[in-house]
Design a protein around this ligand. Structure first.
Ligand code: TXA
Ligand code: MG
Length: 322
């Protein structure tokens, strides 16, 4: 497997129906030609992902939308104009050209314009858009560095386009539209509910009933899980105070400016000493990857204030700890 910044090699492999890992501002993606079923099939195989889980189509310019969607509603246009390129994925009616393999039989296709210079340059070079799920194995944590991709997929893919650590560190926010064209968030991500409401005030979180079929597998209860059990607590310091006496336990702590004193059996990964949510978002998955390699019995983190990126972080923690 090659790790490089060379977009020509990436383009050549993608034209040959190979899969290639690439950087975006959110997380690393595992990319393939969106118009080739042969290439798309390889993604499911490499990730060991069920084909019921649909893929996001990545574009570099609005012109490409004609081949992907039959119509863009007024509110979809407004959100795209405001947030693209950026971590927003829109659910739009698909064209015939988009295969059922991409959408898992849904009439809607997920589309976004990522904001990373290398990947935008690669997309402009290619004659086709790219489908790209996160470049991790199914059910594991999304990768935010080329090294995380290698941990997941060494020997399974020929090439990683190395664009450095991802700027946002959380997946894109997936937004669909109800019958009145009002935006609904199907997956929380790097763009917050408040960000969306500042553009379209009526945006809501899509709530689906306990027994309904999941409309978007990003909503699956368990997701993004590290190998070590993760516990999310209300009061991190109180939890540590009550547990440090158990000599069998080796605890990994994801601290958010908690200033935890060093103690035996406790490893600390600092998400943000100054309690900056953007920094914690950028580092969360790196923290999970880093602590997961340390042979610990348990990882512990405190719930965030449930606003803005804190809401997204809590959502990811809930699924990772389920
Ligand atoms: O930030 C991101 O979105 C990253 C980077 C690589 O772009 N990609 C990513 O892809 O997170 P993936 O496959 O790991 O997650 C795609 C999410 C899933 O929650 C999936 O259910 C939802 O988007 N999705 C995709 N197509 C959909 C569709 N047609 N209808 C409903 N949800 C869809
Ligand atoms: Mg994923």
């Amino acid at each position: 497997m090659i790790l490089s910044k060379d977009i020509e090699t990436a383009a050549k492999l993608l034209r040959e129906n190979e899969v290639v890992a690439l950087p975006t501002e959110t997380v690393y993606g595992l990319a393939a030609n969106a118009f080739s079923n042969e290439a798309i099939s390889k993604i499911f195989k490499v990730k060991e992902r069920p084909q019921t889980n649909p893929l996001i189509v990545h574009i570099a310019s609005m012109d490409q939308l004609d081949q992907i969607t039959t119509s863009i509603s007024e509110n979809a246009k407004r959100l795209a104009a405001h947030f693209w390129p950026g971590p927003l994925t829109l659910l739009l009616p698909k064209t015939e050209k988009i295969s059922d393999l991409v959408t898992a039989q849904s009439p809607l296709v997920a589309v976004r314009m990522p904001d990373h210079p290398l990947t935008l340059a690669l997309l402009r070079e290619l004659e086709f858009p790219l489908v790209a799920p996160s470049a991790n194995r199914y059910m594991s944590v999304s990768p935010t560095t080329a090294a995380h991709v290698a941990v997941n997929l060494t020997d399974r893919i020929p090439f990683i386009l190395d664009g450095g650590p991802c700027e946002k560190g959380l997946e894109s926010t997936v937004v669909g539209f109800d019958f009145n064209d009002q935006p609904q968030i199907y997956r929380l991500g790097a763009i917050t509910l408040e960000d969306l409401q500042s553009v379209i005030a009526t945006t809501t979180l899509f709530e689906h009933g306990e027994h309904d079929a999941s409309p978007s597998p990003g909503m699956a209860k368990k997701h993004y899980a590290p190998k070590t059990p993760l516990r999310v607590v209300d009061d991190l310091k109180a939890y540590l105070a009550s547990h440090h006496l158990d000599p069998e336990k080796k605890i990994g702590v994801l601290s958010f400016g908690h200033q935890i004193a060093p103690q035996l059996g406790v490893s600390i990964y600092e998400l943000s000493t100054q309690k900056v949510l953007e920094e914690a978002s950028k580092k969360l998955y790196d923290g999970l990857y880093a602590l997961d390699e340390n042979g610990l019995t348990e990882l512990v983190v405190e719930w965030f204030e449930p606003r803005g990126l804190g809401r997204t972080l809590n959502d990811k923690l809930k699924r990772a700890s389920y």
